[in-house]
Design a protein around this ligand. Structure first.
Ligand code: FE2
Length: 428
């Protein structure tokens, strides 16, 4: 036995369990296993979970905030302006690999072992894509990355957009992206979705489209995606990201869309960090939250997951690659602070995302699966969401890939020193 994790608290199990790991796989999981191991880690009753997943990030833009200048208004249009200025000032994306590697390391140290990155292919040389395809291989030991060919400026609206998409897939992009609401007309948007589905079928790849990321309640490309998915039977392999217009749809139409999403088996990825600050910018008061209907979609049976989307880029200046903080934002922005709802949100950054990324068959704390896990310095899911505790150990295929020493706070009062414990003792 290579590694034994003792006394782990695992969701859905009433007693503490041990996890025995051999040849990078879970060999056995159960209470008080009597097996010798080369190394043993005592979790001491702390929460042990499968790794977090970030199914929607833009690694080509991460960590560019302030380069060449900050977004002063914080708005989406100014973000696009600043991104254009960045590209002019940083010809050849010479800083890209170092930035993206750093952001990925933040995510891994925070317990994320699977990521899906959109990469802007609206560049005649596909420079960013080539760099990130290289980085995907260089980081394989740490993290599994899927890459989406993402046409930031449109497929029909950008010169040679279709040819660049095809070229990107030929180079090794894993999924076909799109941005129908940014095409010039409604008809072009529909045509772009047809092109995306045809290209995905030609290359046998999944689909992940930025869809209806606007406050315009007339932006209705999600229904086009859903209908095409139902007709092609491409279910589970189709993801729509953002879908913020759904926030503004009338309830009758939103109900119809939910039915189509369930029927088609599409995945939805909400990105609460970016959309809580970027949407509603044309509103006076009341100001819409601009997040897709996470609570209602989950209740309808749609597979919803959450993405980090940006880490310090022209559109979102904060973030540190921690999926627990994304979940916490969703709890607030989506009115999901009910007890069961918070547990459902935890699923959106773990098991639901595994389904979105098509890895459910090898994901989770189960005998025979790759031994991927995170030991959190806390004892419950709710305290994980509340405290964003230290990820004591992050383990990929039985190998420790990240370790964190927890911070310690002390109060000095009345000549005494006392350690501050942010957990409620009765939770232990
Ligand atoms: Fe995005």
């Amino acid at each position: 036995m290579e590694l034994m994790i003792k006394n782990a608290r695992v969701t859905g199990k009433s007693t503490l369990v041990d996890l025995a790991i051999e040849n990078g796989l879970f060999a056995d999981i159960g209470p008080q296993l009597e097996r010798k191991a080369e190394r043993t880690i005592d979790a001491g009753g702390r929460l042990v979970i499968p790794p977090f997943i970030d199914p929607h990030i833009h690694l080509d833009a991460v960590l560019t905030a302030g380069n060449p200048r900050y977004n002063i208004s914080g708005s989406h249009p100014e973000g696009i302006e600043v991104w254009g200025e960045y590209k002019k000032a940083n010809a050849g994306f010479s800083d890209l690999k170092a930035r993206a590697r750093r952001a990925v390391e933040w995510e891994v140290a925070s317990g994320t072992l699977f990521m899906r990155s959109h990469v802007d292919i609206c560049d005649p040389d596909l420079t960013a894509l080539k760099i990130l395809l290289e980085l995907r291989e260089e980081l394989r030991e740490l993290v599994e990355i899927q890459i989406v060919a993402f046409p930031q400026d449109g497929i029909l609206a950008y010169p040679r957009g279709k040819a660049l998409m095809r070229e990107a897939l030929g180079l090794g992009a894993d999924l076909v992206g799109g941005i129908p609401h940014c095409e010039m007309t409604r008809e072009d948007g529909v045509a772009s979705i047809d092109f995306v589905f045809d290209l995905a079928a030609e290359f046998d790849r999944g689909i992940d489209v930025h869809c209806d990321e606007t406050d315009d309640d007339h932006s209705r490309f999600l229904e086009v995606m859903a209908a095409r998915t139902i007709r092609t039977g491409y279910r589970d392999r189709v993801t729509a990201g953002h879908t913020t217009a759904m926030h503004s749809y009338n309830n009758a139409y939103a109900h119809k869309i939910q039915g189509l999403l369930v029927q088609g088996g599409l995945n939805i990825v909400a990105n609460p960090f970016d959309n809580i600050v970027l949407q509603g910018r044309f509103d006076t008061y009341p100001k819409r939250r601009g997040i897709t209907r996470v609570k209602e979609l989950l209740a309808a049976g749609v597979n919803v997951s959450l993405g980090h989307d940006s880490i310090m880029d022209p559109w979102y200046p904060l973030g540190a690659g921690d999926m627990l903080s994304v979940a916490r934002m969703a709890i607030h922005a989506c009115h999901m602070s009910g007890y069961d709802e918070m547990h459902r949100i935890f699923e959106t950054i773990t098991h639901n995302s595994a389904r979105t990324m098509g890895i459910s068959g090898r994901y989770g704390l189960k005998t025979g699966n790759p031994a991927d896990l995170v030991i959190l310095d806390t004892h419950s899911v709710l305290d994980a969401l509340r405290l964003s505790p230290a990820r004591l150990f992050v383990i990929k295929a039985g190998r420790i890939v990240a370790e964190t020493r927890p911070a310690e706070s002390r109060i000095h009062s009345g000549g005494q020193e006392k350690r501050v414990d942010f957990e409620m003792p009765e939770k232990r």
